[in-house]
Design a protein around this ligand. Sequence first.
Ligand code: MSK
Length: 640
Amino acid sequence: MRRTVDRAAEKVLDAAAGHAPATVWDRSDAMEPRCGFGDLGICCTICLQGPCRIDPFGPPGQKGCCGADVDTIAARNFLRAVAAGAAAHSDHGRDIAGTLLHAAKGEAGGFRIADPVKLAAIAKELGVDAGGLAPEPLAEKVALACLDQFPRAPLPFMNRAPEALRKKWTKAGLRPKGIDREIVEALHRTHEGVDVDYRNILLSGMRVALADGWGGSMLATELSDVLFGSPSPIRSKANLGVLKADEVNIVVHGHEPALSDMVARAAREGELLEYARQRGARGINVCGLCCTSIELLMRQGYPVAGNFLSQELSLLTGSVELMVVDVQCVMPGLADIANCFHTELVTTSPKARMPGVTHIEFDESKARLTAHQIVRRAVDRFPQRRRDRVNIPDETMDLVAGFTVENIFSNLGGTFRSTFRPLNDAIISGRLRGVAAVIGCNNARVTHDEGHLAMTRELLARDVLVIQTGCSATACAKEGFLRPEAAIGIAGRGLREICEAVGIPPVIHMGSCVDNSRILRALCEVVREGGLGEDISDLPVAAAAPEAMSEKAVSIGCYAVASGIFTVFSPPPRVEGSRNVCEFLTSGMEEITGGRFSFERDPLKGAAEMVAHMDAKRTALGLPPAMYGAETAAAAPVEG
Ligand code: MSK
């Protein structure tokens, strides 16, 4: 299997072949053959009588020691994955709320309320009495109201959903009782000897995921905007070529924006720039990986070095002085590679430490000091860089990011026109066939970036506006799809006309993984705007994670389905060993919320399913077929 379609990644891998430490691809190859029982989700390790496994080729009616059947085992494994993903996103949200609380009380040195307008809007939504309060005391109340969603309901952002969807949630018992409460209950429910009914277990998974999407993730996004500033369209660059041969390179990696925001600010300070010059560097270059990087990109335009599978490659360029990591998607393998170079790896979260790796704990009250300390350590490493080992590929690509529900209004409607009407009208007329959210990770078991690019190319050619977040957005950024001019070479005629008229790229970057909540909100606005049905499930929209990897992606997939969205998810979550569990997720859910999964592995077939789904929704709404339907990705090659 080809490891990557990213030319920069390929160059680094080729140069490192044979003499560099192992990468994720080497370790993945060494895992073959993988355990089929584990892969199909039919190995149970929940109690100490096991592991128990069900033979997929054996007789029907097989049971584990306790009597759990294949459906119970697969459903319990699935629910635990959803709960872990929801916990990761939501704990991120909790930390942001905590930072906002400290900032409001003046206890978080260097942090301030960056968007008081958004703060006031959120306060209103949460039912917080602003009563002429200054931003800080209001922020304190808002932070506390958000933290209150962890132990108990209600989750007020769920009121953003269309009424039809809220009724479905109530009828099916899908309203979360609180973010933490659902996660804890999921762990209890899947403990040995508790819930055995696979449907009941899977519905718990949907409820946990809704607590993530409309709770933990959504409040993480909203409070990040308040604290670090709401994004606006911004130009930047992507790929490993953003590393600089003559500057100190600091790579921020993980998911949380708080410390990286401070590191980026510190790296601009004259005193530290002078310190770098004294050590022979021309400057200090901050760039990043995964979603920490995207948070900095969206708000400040810092370049993105790569996505999940690029993390080890960035160190293999031999040009990184320091990589600072927070939480999630940080490979333990980084430590081995850093040790082969002059690179210092620094962990910063008490939740995520690595043996033998420098740990500088992030404390909001000392954020500026910590950031300075980190930047100085990076500069100190610069003289140790071995020039003969530096191998930075020259690939970079321009991009435009920074779209939000608030600013996409004006971009789609022309300056100052605050409405989704032009988008709805474009869909209604058929100039746009529909909207697709293509999101999610990389996965070493499939060719790096290939699924994201193939699927997105196909959708664009068929006049589907593509919205992205996370590593999928970075994959498409590296390929040039996030440039407004990309529409000329790649988009179908209808989408091209819209991009040219409004000046937007055919692929809209809406942020990090928690910012998938922006997509939920955008779909609510489309329904509210009118003319496209009463519910999200009525819309000609679909979602996909064509290179899914993390448990967070499983949770995101579930909250998309539980919000009424047809969702292509590949590689599939580990449920294929149970026909009943698969059927429930790929068709049973449709009767409950209107959404369902497809586990199609081929990205082009997945795109075809998404297009067929949009066409069916158009017919159901009484809309004309897409205006220009004949162009395919093959007929519209990418330019540039
Ligand atoms: S970083 S969760 S690999 S998208 Fe958010 Fe990328 Fe997936 Fe991590």
